[in-house]
Design a protein around this ligand. Sequence first.
Ligand SMILES: [Zn+2]
Length: 322
Amino acid sequence: MYGSAYEGRISAVSSPAHRPGVTATEKAPPGMRGVGPTLPYPLKAALTRGRSAAWMLRGRPRRAEGLRILLYHRIADDGDPLAVTPRRFREQMDLLGAQGYRAVDLDEILALLDGDGPLPPRTIGLTFDDGFTDVAENAHPVLARHGFTATVFVTTGVTDGRHPFPWYRDQPPVLDWDDVVALDREGVLRFEAHTVTHPNLLTTDHATAEREIERSREELEEHLGRPVTAFAYPAGLYGDRERRLVAEAGYAAAVTCEPGLNVAQTDRFALRRRQIDSRDTLLDFRAKVAGGHDTPLPFRGHYRRLRYGMGPPPAARESSPA
Ligand SMILES: [Zn+2]
């Protein structure tokens, strides 16, 4: 558990005065610097529901060896499309616990992928993007109770108040540096890099992309006093250039928003993650954990190319285990 001094800090920054009705814009204007939510929301929920039902009807396929990583943003009750409610999150973690899963941070996933032995069954990675305060308030106690750990990817310029996330009219509070340092030392949450300003890296010039990737690592290392090894592409948008820049900046790994299993051969700079959405039912969650959603939704690649200028991901060219 983290100390009461820390909890005091959290409740101070999340008083109702700091929580005007949160509104996330669904449509990013063209040329917008940052990137927010992806697919139109009701359509995505309907497609997800259909796939979960299909997964259920197919019955249990033979288990493919590999590790899945889940992606969350916020754990909150305010109707933000990027938020899973605290109650639903608790149910999801309780389900993992009841099914004998061990949920671990990215560091442990990397150690397992790099290890000699077979990949353990019922082990799953947990990640939270953007570093919102509600992750410490609402996810941390649940994770601690289960003995789970998770990685939080923070956007350093937002962490220290230099930049807002551009998709919010009223941005929910984010963890500040004191929170990040205290939580990282405590150990349930471990912090890694997610650029300085959360741009669409695909549309930034070379020097800016390089600076966003390098500076976020340096700033995080300055505060944490330890090496920062992992990077998350904002909104999962990346191509060959971004992949190369992340590798050159000295990271050991980077995570995308492309779903699927991670195996020993998976490109460390294109690790797969499956997002858990606010409208996911418990069945959707079970299906995502068990591999019923290991391929992208139909038309997702097309949609992302149109909206963000994202080409076929480098990950698409490697042999897929599932
Ligand atoms: Zn993000």
